[in-house]
Design a binder for this molecule. Structure first.
Ligand code: ARG
Length: 461
């Protein structure tokens, strides 16, 4: 017959259909290590409260350690009729410690405070791993930026040529959001570092157990302040899901650019053979699959967040079984990111930029028109007038099919008396770049400083 945790009140076991619906071992088994660690900590507070004597504590810890080893080696696995990881591990404990001793561990705790605690423990570990993998992407971007200190490219707004920028500046613009994602995981951890253990089913424990001792044992900063909140809230899980989704979006935006840059029309990058794929029918193809999968998986990461928020919306306090649905979305995010990020950093690290092509396109599309207007401002012309004059230059060039620097002295003077030949100083990519020299600007001196700052930031973690 099916083993259940609530035998006393029920005449028979659950229907097969309910058991199948209820079952979560196929996804919550990954929390088995945390579950055993929680049980060891719980055994110690039972002992401290006088509910286990010294021998019982030793026997309990020894049995739990054997259980931990058997889980790690695969010798102990969930059985078909174990409902969840907690049920399965209680069975495993009783098999190792005997029903008398094994049956004592459940006092003063509930699967409600257990699962809330184990999920936090798991996510805190995985957040560290993911943050490390994000920093690998950041470092790949930093190295690419450092390898191309003077390379110019067309900076875009609305995907149209806007103003020339340094390639290094553009690459670092993708590094900063990723560094903030790492910061977000670190900030999140402050809130995740409170342990719900000891909250019991919802109202706390009457057995004199010390939640602070369990919290310390499990690496938390302290226990939750409110046992109802501890068992019922999942905002900490949802916040993790948001950071994971944001990270996915940040990777996806860079992916979109890599995909564009790798087209014949852009021709800005070549993907390394080991980070691109071919076609089974078209022999010439080299496809940016890593970037496309990153872009696609961003949708999935967002879906995990949305699904979780939808599950939480409208749940009354305290624990509801709906909350069992909190785990698969974040587990999926963890698995998705841990397989995606190593491929992504490899792709970035091996991108080969056609810097000549990028530089030659940088001044096209009249991207120096703003420089003309700002040169006029420095000559004392009001910006409203300067904008008109620079616009008139573009119109004349467009009519004649020439570029701004092709205008003769006479052409310039004919457009405006303010346009003396001195304006030519800013009609070059180098002049334009060098002039944007305030903090955060694209001038090579500033970008060199920015690169150092980014390196320091990345090395701080
Ligand atoms: N497996 C459940 C979950 O993941 C924990 C068990 C709580 N079940 C219960 N009937 N109170 O949320």
């Amino acid at each position: 017959g099916r083993v259940s945790l609530w035998g006393g009140r029920f005449a028979g076991g659950p229907a097969d259909a309910l058991a199948a619906l209820s079952k979560s071992t196929h996804f919550d088994w990954r929390l088995a290590g945390q579950d055993v660690a929680g049980s060891k900590a719980h055994a110690k507070v039972l002992h401290a409260a006088g509910l286990l004597d010294d021998d019982e504590l030793d026997g309990m810890l020894a049995a739990l350690e054997r259980l931990r080893e058997d889980v790690a080696s695969g010798a102990f696995v969930a059985a078909d009729d174990d409902e969840d990881v907690h049920t399965a591990l209680e069975r495993g404990l009783i098999e190792r410690a005997g029903p008398e001793l094994g049956g004592k561990l459940r006092a003063g705790r509930s699967r409600n405070d257990q699962i809330a605690t184990l999920t936090r423990m798991y996510l805190r570990d995985e957040a560290r791993t993911i943050a490390g993998l994000v920093l690998d992407v950041v470092d790949a971007l930093i190295e690419q930026a450092a390898a191309h200190p003077g390379a110019a490219m067309p900076g875009r707004t609305h995907l149209q040529h806007a103003q020339p920028v340094l390639l290094a500046h553009h690459l670092l613009a993708h590094a900063w959001p990723l560094l903030r994602d790492v910061d977000r995981f670190i900030d999140w951890d402050v809130r995740a570092a409170r342990s719900p253990y000891g909250s019991g089913a919802l109202a706390g424990s009457s057995l004199g157990l010390d939640p602070a001792a369990v919290a310390a044992e499990l690496g938390f900063d302290g226990p939750v302040e409110n046992s109802i909140d501890g068992t019922a809230s999942r905002d900490v899980v949802a916040e993790f899901a948001f950071v994971a989704a944001m990270l996915g979006v940040d990777l996806s935006r860079l992916s979109e650019e890599v995909i564009l840059w790798a087209t014949k029309e852009f021709g800005f990058v070549r993907l390394h053979d080991s980070y691109s794929t071919g076609s089974s029918i078209m022999p010439q193809k080299k496809n940016p699959d890593v970037a496309e999968l990153a872009r696609g998986k961003a949708g999935r990461l967002i879906g995990d967040l949305s699904g979780l928020l939808a599950t939480l919306k409208g749940l009354p306090l305290a624990y509801n079984r709906d909350l069992q649905e909190d785990k698969e979305p974040v587990f999926d995010q963890v698995d998705t990111l841990e397989v995606l990020l190593p491929a992504f950093s490899g792709m970035v690290a091996t991108l080969e930029f056609d810097t000549e092509r990028m530089a030659s396109l940088a001044p096209q599309g009249f991207s120096l028109a703003t420089d003309v207007a700002e040169w006029l401002v420095r000559e004392g012309v009001p910006f409203r007038v300067a904008h008109e004059v620079a616009g008139a230059c573009v119109r004349v060039c467009e009519e004649r099919g020439i570029e701004l620097w092709d205008l003769s002295d006479d052409d310039l003077a004919g457009i405006s008396e303010h346009l003396t030949p001195g304006v030519r100083d800013v009609l070059s990519v180098e002049g334009s770049l060098a002039s944007r020299d305030a903090v955060g600007g694209t001038a090579p001196v500033r970008v060199a400083e920015q690169l150092e700052t980014a390196k320091e930031r990345s090395a701080e973690y």
